[in-house]
Structures are given as structure tokens and as C-alpha cells.
Ligand binder design. Sequence first.
Ligand code: SAM
Length: 467
Amino acid sequence: MKLHVGEKIKVSVDSINSQGDGVARFGEERFVFFVPGALPGEEVEGIVRILKRHYGVMELTDVLTPCVNRVIPKCSWYGLCGGCSLQHADYAMQLEIKKRIVFDAFMKTVGKEHLDKIQDCVPSPKKWCYRNKASFPVKRGKKNLNVGFYMKGSHRIIPINSCCILEEGIDYIYRRLLENLSYLGIEGYDEKKGTGILRHLVLRRTARGDKAVILVLRNFGKKEERSLRSFMQRVSEMLGKDISFYVNVNPHKGNRIFGERTIAIKGKEGLSESICGKRLFFGPTSFFQVNRDIAELLFQEVKNALEISGADHVTELYCGVGAITVTYGKNVKSVTAVESWPESVLFLRKNIKLNKLNNVRVLEGDVEEFAPDALFGEDKVVLLDPPRSGCAKGVLEGIIERRPKAVIYVSCNPATLARDVSILMNGGYELSFVKPFDMFPMTAHVESMALLTREKLQIARYDKGCS
Ligand SMILES: C[S@@+](CC[C@H](N)C(=O)[O-])C[C@H]1O[C@@H](n2cnc3c(N)ncnc32)[C@H](O)[C@@H]1O
């Protein structure tokens, strides 16, 4: 096969990868091409942009035979912004694709004999305007600050001024801030040199109506405080008096958005939210599920799984501010809740009190730091909700060694979920089911929940509302 970069070729797309890109095979060698924007079943034309030994990447120029599920993307920045890479598929197809992504991850690591355990993807109640949080990177521009979203696969900023997956309230705040940002008087960050000050603009809003602006700065002194206070005076009127402003100081190089120090400049100590009928608070830098409405369905599924597995004693690792804990806490005898982010632990303790749970023991620190016998035992059910990287090996080894009767695993990364499920299955656990949830419509991301037990379970379905 003789191909070169810049050449125009035709291919038939037969599947989709975990990034949401079409996958096509070319020539007799069936050389793999990834084609962003193409859907399975389509014949497309495109330009070869990258050629590696085992795969290539094409830029889509023409869809010769469009799939019936193809739709016109709603967003003006589609294709440029790294965010919503599935906007060209209708919603039914997006759900199929997400199930497929979970399926492929399990096929690779867990094995094809377990694929029947993967259920259909639960749709999001909202397809657009669902995100209650947005993080906009900021850089020093030639004249002004450069604010927007990262371009796919790079740290180049696409200067967008509205985003249709953000809750309208957040989008409104973003637009007003953008119009006034030139009055802020704080210079943008230079990632390469590690100079400049303003790194990120993070906006959050809850269904209870709390709103927060968090400015992530490389450092925060008297000069920045003066600039921020006069900026706040200017924008507070148009954003509403109830908006809170925070500064988070992140002096570290690298991609992590938040640093350890947060200062409340104006407004409330935290944001309040309701989930599954429970009231909760979380801090400006605490993790909170970005799509509240589907999080309620996910938490209900977790609660059902706890019931099915006969949980009396639960160890909940990576519990955040206790959003799941408060939904099931009253139904079990004891909970050991582990979280490492200090601000989240502060709000976790507050939420436990607020929801009158007197059976929760909080352990602050990295899960890996606690001895397995402080966390696991045969009478326990373990609930895991780790970050994208999944669980540390030592945590999974601790589970296998101490034999808790069930493991409920919530994950935002099918690849690490499949890897960890496979380790647990090799350690004697049986996979009951995996349920994908469309936490992130229009994107190729998918949340899932898996239930593993030591003995095969007779699974009854529960269709109770949150209580
Ligand atoms: C995906 S979030 C889940 C939070 C919570 N279950 C929820 O739904 O709101 C993962 C949480 O794990 C915490 N975390 C990350 N690494 C950790 C570690 N090694 N030990 C303990 N907590 C950790 C993060 O701070 C974050 O709050």
C-alpha cells in the first residue's frame, strides 16, 4: 500500500473508537484509519493527515453515503472544539455508540463471554444545557485574554462565546464575563513559560440557583485582589447579587486545574444542591456530578444494587462530598467513607450532619494509605467511584484478599473500569451487570456502573423512586 499524507481517499466506516471517531479499513492490508466526524455504515472521502506504522488519521471532506442517523451539528464550533465530538449523530445513535464503547473496552480486557452483561445506555433527561460546571482555560493573547475551550488533542484555545451543553444560567454568566474581561486587569497565563497569572475561569451553578465564579490564578497578591474587587463591582450587578466569587491559587505546572488554596472573595462558603430529595453542599473546587438529572438515576441504581447485594455495612471509596452517601446512608447500618480532597472532606462532614446520618465514619486521605482491614471485610459491600485513572492495584488486591461480599463500581472511563473488573473477576468475583449512563450527551464520554458479587445473584429489578 502506497499512501502519502495529503492524499485524498475514499473509505467505508465500519465502527467507532472510544473517542467517537469513525474507524475504517483501507486496501487489501485493511490498514486502519480514524475519521473524526464519520459514522459506522458511511462511505466517506477525506484527506490523509497522519500516517503511522499501524494506523492513520483522515480529515473528513465529504460524506458520500450518509448514515440515516446523521444530523446537522447544532454548535458553530463543532469539529474545532475538543468537546462534543458526537453532535453529528442523532441521540438514538449516540446511545448505541456509548454502549458500543463500553462493549469494546470489555471485549478487550474482560472477554467476549461476559458481553451479555452490558445493558443499554440510560438516556440523559436533558440532551442539551445539562452541564452545571464549565472550566475555560485562559491564556495571554496578543492584545486580549484568550478564553475558550481547548482544540481537540491540543492546548490551543478556541475562543468560543457560548456553549450549548452548558446550563443556560452558566452560559449567560460566561457571556457577561467575556464582555467585561478586558476590565479585569489580570494578565493571562503562559503555559510554556509558566508566567502570567490567570489560568482558568471556572463557572458552576446548581439546580437550587447558587452560582459561582472561580478564578484560578498562579498567584494571588494585593495587586490581583484590587483588580478583582473592582471587576466584581462592575459585573455583580448584571450577574445578580447572589453570585459568589472565589480565587483558587494554583502555582503548579501541569494540567491539573485547581491548586490546594481557595479564598472566598464574595458570597457563600459553598454551593447548595438537591439530589434524590436530599440537600447537600459542596465547595468551589469539590467534585460534583456535572449532569445532576442523570446522576439521580445513577445514584438510584447504586441504591438498588446495595439492596440487591444485601448491604448492611458499606465502605465507600472516593466518596467526594457524599452525594451518593446521603442517598443510601439511612438504609444501612454503617458506612466508612474515604476521600482525599480536603475541601470535599469538609463538605462531606457537613452533609453527613445536615442529613442526620450518625452511622458514617469519615477517613480523610488517599484510599491507598488505609490498611485493607480498615476498609474491607466479608460482611461489607464496597462502593467505588474513582477518577478516570481507576483504582490503584493495591486497593483491588485488598478487596480480593478481604473478600467483601459485593463491589459496586461507578466509573467515567470504560477502559479502566474494564481493566479493574477483570482484576476483580480473576480474584474470584462474578460480574452481575454493567449499566452505561449518558452523563455527557453529545460527547464520546460515558459513565457506567458495574455490580460484582462473590456469589451469583438472582437480580430482581427495583423501580422505586429516590427516597
Ligand atoms: C469521580 S469523583 C466521585 C465523587 C462522588 N462519588 C460523587 O459522586 O460525587 C472521585 C473522587 O475521588 C477523590 N479521590 C481521587 N483520588 C483519590 C484517592 N487516591 N483517595 C481518596 N480519594 C480520592 C476525588 O477528590 C473525588 O472527590
